[in-house]
Write a protein that binds this ligand. Structure first.
Ligand code: NVA
Length: 371
């Protein structure tokens, strides 16, 4: 399928083939949502996020938008077509017959909501109540793609009910402490229950015929089974990272860079029994470099490991956040050209370079890397 900048074609099978068309999020009207079970479980007990909610300070929104706009321009300058979402009013509550929450989240980061597999873009169920309507930010683009690309499959996973039955109250009842969280993560006891299928798109990594999915706070086993049934031509693998006390979204934990090479967060090692498919097929899993920072920026949900949340432009070129000097150095040693992107002041809006984007078109087809 030939790519043209004038008319959308949706096609992306992995995280590294040459990127030609991408969505970059916006920080407009982003809110810190009120307390709710899934979100509370993710916020560390000593975080500055605890106990506050409402619209984020306007100057931080403006600064994040400035950086996201520059990132979009950098991508355009390298020949990548960039689309942007249309923000809805995130101050509006989310009310369904099953729950109510007083505000939404934002239209960052797109990677959490949209999963591109071949010619399909799938809207994830999501697992936070405040993110239930987040797909609406992307609907104008989805409609446009649908008009322009006759092969585009626009899909939406069944909206979950997100009643209290979806969440284990143990995660909410007390100051839990990191030790307990690590024990629970090792036991695969997460805040979400198996009431109904739940997944966030950012728990999925695409390796051609294989999808690797993190089981954790935001994706449960039924969500993974739903993906398995939805993509019958794929092999869907469940992975866990027991060193992560807040396991949401795989892309600051396990980062494929090119066929045969993956970075793994050294504090969140993939267990030996789950490495087999990679090793058997000659893939190397290397520890990522240390982050350059000891703390995330203010009002940020994510950890310092956004250092490894890189965006691969092609198997020889990778975007790395400008302040992440150790990560950039490691990329250099691994033989990749590094494109520096200034994005740290946008981290608080939901993540790094991979999070802030969603694939529309990468060259190449569906390969089998694990025959
Ligand atoms: N679990 C992640 C989210 C990264 C996108 C973290 O390290 O905060």
């Amino acid at each position: 399928m030939a790519w043209s900048p004038d008319k959308t074609t949706v096609n992306s099978w992995n995280e590294w083939d040459p990127l030609r068309h991408v969505i970059v999020g916006r920080a407009d009207d982003c809110h810190i949502p009120p307390e709710e079970p899934a979100l509370d479980a993710k916020v560390p007990e000593d975080s500055d996020m605890r106990g506050q909610w409402g619209k984020r300070p306007q100057e931080t929104i403006d600064r994040a938008n400035e950086l996201l706009d520059k990132f979009a321009d950098q991508l355009r300058a390298r020949g990548v077509k960039v689309d942007r979402p249309t923000p809805i009013d995130h101050s509006l509550p989310v009310t369904t017959p099953d729950f109510h929450t007083a505000s939404q989240f934002g239209c960052m980061p797109p990677r959490d909501v949209l999963l591109t597999v071949g010619s399909e873009i799938l809207e994830a169920t999501m697992s936070y109540r405040c993110r239930w309507f987040e797909y609406l930010n992307y609907r104008p683009l989805m409609q446009q793609y649908w008009e322009e690309d006759p092969k585009f499959r626009h899909e939406a996973a069944p909206k979950p009910r997100l009643t209290d039955a979806d969440y284990h109250p143990d995660y909410l009842s007390e100051k839990i402490g990191v030790e307990k969280r690590l024990q629970w993560a090792a036991e695969k006891f997460f805040v979400t229950t198996e009431e109904e299928p739940l997944f966030d798109a950012a728990d999925v990594l695409r390796f051609g015929r294989d999808l690797v999915v993190q089981h954790g706070f935001t994706t449960n086993l039924k969500g993974i089974e739903w993906l398995r049934r939805h993509f019958p031509d794929h092999r869907v693998h469940t992975v866990n990272f027991p060193g992560d006390p807040y396991p949401i979204h795989i892309d600051a934990t396990f980062t494929p860079l090119r066929p045969g090479l993956i970075l793994n967060n050294p504090q969140r090692r993939l267990p030996d029994d789950q490495r087999e498919m990679f090793h058997k097929n000659g893939w190397e899993i290397v520890d990522s470099a240390q982050p350059a920072h000891n703390q995330p920026p203010p009002l940020c949900y994510s950890s310092v490991w956004l250092s490894m949340n890189v965006l691969v432009l092609d198997p020889k070129t990778v975007c790395v956040e400008k302040s992440e000097v150790y990560q950039a150095d490691q990329m250099d040693k691994l033989g990749l050209e590094v494109v520096e992107v200034d994005l740290r002041d946008a981290y608080a809006f939901g993540g790094g370079l991979h999070c802030s984007t969603a694939d529309v078109y990468r060259e190449g087809g569906c390969e089998d890397y694990f025959p």
